[in-house]
Design a protein around this ligand. Structure first.
Ligand SMILES: *Cc1c(COP(=O)(O)O)cnc(C)c1O
Length: 391
């Protein structure tokens, strides 16, 4: 598709076509996996735009364009993992500068902030940003970056991106707002359209969608930020391999179909759990009982595929009984694949966050997190039902 006008096509069409051109040498409709480390030059410095594969790769180029189009942004950059993308963003900062981050973050993000970059002299403030005004007392002349995850992980709190951006830019338009959009995917929300400077993904999750690749992505409309991040991408070298780019390109083509089913299934499961006599509390932004439901309804196209809950007993033993007894839900870290997963944040994804910090953020030791897949919803409900019967 030549000259694809991002403004004229719906998301579904972009998911299939954005960034993709038939291969110029053969006409191959699928982007070839350019498994090469270097490119032959006609004369020194005379080449076809590709010199060395850390710097440029055509398979990666196609993926960067595709993800940028889905995020309604101008510039895309891909990395070897979501963490590598996060690492690149924090390297925009200098020692002495400060970050204000949401207090309910992906465990690995919390770890790289506190264990890698805090010792380098960057200061992090972890704040409950579900109340946007909470940010005010942390903004100061050293603030360079605001870090948002929404829905948060694993409590699925919703942060009002637009409200945060308004406050931050009123204080200083120089401050960069980053949204880790992994949990929503661009199908559910586009942070750049809500004013964020950068939207970031662990493409390992919904973008790839098939639990077969680890990859990260960044999209921005700000040219200076893009140039700096591209420089970091090339200098630090955490680039994805062409095969991995191909897998994510393939995943993107069904993102809209998968997300639709993830959302439908999660919505049904959240309602089932909420009515189950053994379940004490369900966290799902689509439930009227969810404290941020109204913002979710305003900000997102649907409510996502993640559901968390705990039982009345609220003990680790009860949770372990459920985790051991599901048959369709597999016990594993990660999320966003076609198959349903069940996990225990306190001992798995969030074990790197001290118990005291977890408690402060409201994360119970017994909390169970579901990544609802695209199977049949009734089968999934039956599976949870029989596992709940075991306690
Ligand atoms: C998984 C995840 C990451 C890290 O991504 P990797 O691809 O595993 O490096 C970052 N943020 C969120 C919200 C995630 O779920």
């Amino acid at each position: 598709m030549n000259n694809l006008d991002k403004n004229n096509f719906h998301f579904d069409t972009l998911a299939v076509h954005a960034g993709i051109e038939p291969d110029p040498t053969t006409g191959a409709i699928m982007t070839p996996i350019y498994q090469t480390s270097t490119y032959v030059q006609q004369a020194p410095g005379v080449h076809k735009g590709y010199e060395y594969a850390r710097t440029q790769n055509p398979t990666r180029d196609a993926l960067q364009k595709a993800i940028a189009a889905l995020e309604k942004g101008k510039y895309g950059l891909c990395f070897s993992s979501g963490m590598a993308a996060i690492d690149a963003v924090i390297k925009l900062l200098k020692p002495g500068q400060e970050v204000i981050a949401a207090n309910d973050l992906y465990g690995g993000t919390y770890r790289i902030f506190t264990k890698i970059f805090a010792p380098w002299g960057i200061q992090f403030h972890f704040v409950d940003l579900t109340d946007p005004s909470a940010i005010d007392s942390f903004l100061n002349s050293q603030t360079r970056l605001v870090w948002i995850e929404t829905p948060t992980n694993p409590l699925l709190k919703i942060i009002d991106i637009e409200a945060i951006v308004t406050r931050v830019t009123a204080y200083s338009p120089e401050i960069v707002t980053v949204v880790d959009n992994t949990f929503a995917s661009p199908y559910l929300q586009n942070p750049l359209e809500l004013g964020a400077t950068i939207t970031l993904h662990s493409a390992t999750k919904y973008l790839g969608g098939h639990s077969d690749v680890v990859l990260g992505a960044i999209v921005t409309n700000t040219e200076t930020i893009y140039e700096q991040l591209k420089f970091i991408q090339n200098s630090c070298g955490a680039v994805p391999g062409p095969m991995d780019c191909f897998l994510v390109l393939r995943g993107l083509k069904t993102l809209h179909l998968r997300m639709q089913r993830h959302c439908e299934n999660a919505y049904k499961i959240a309602h089932f759990l909420e009515q189950h006599p053994k379940v004490a509390k369900v966290y799902y932004p689509g439930l009227i009982s969810h404290p941020n439901h109204i913002i979710a309804a305003k900000q997102m196209n649907h409510y996502g595929g993640m559901v968390s809950f705990y039982t009345h007993g609220n003990t680790i033993e009860e949770s372990l009984t459920i985790l051991k007894n599901t048959k369709l839900f597999s016990l594993a870290e990660s999320l966003g694949g076609v198959e349903s997963l069940i996990g225990h944040p306190a001992t798995m994804t969030h074990a790197s966050i001290p118990e005291e910090e977890r408690k402060k953020a409201g994360l119970e030791n017994s909390l169970i997190r579901l990544s609802v897949g695209i199977e049949n919803a009734d089968d999934l409900i039956q599976d949870l039902n029989q596992a709940l019967d075991k306690i």
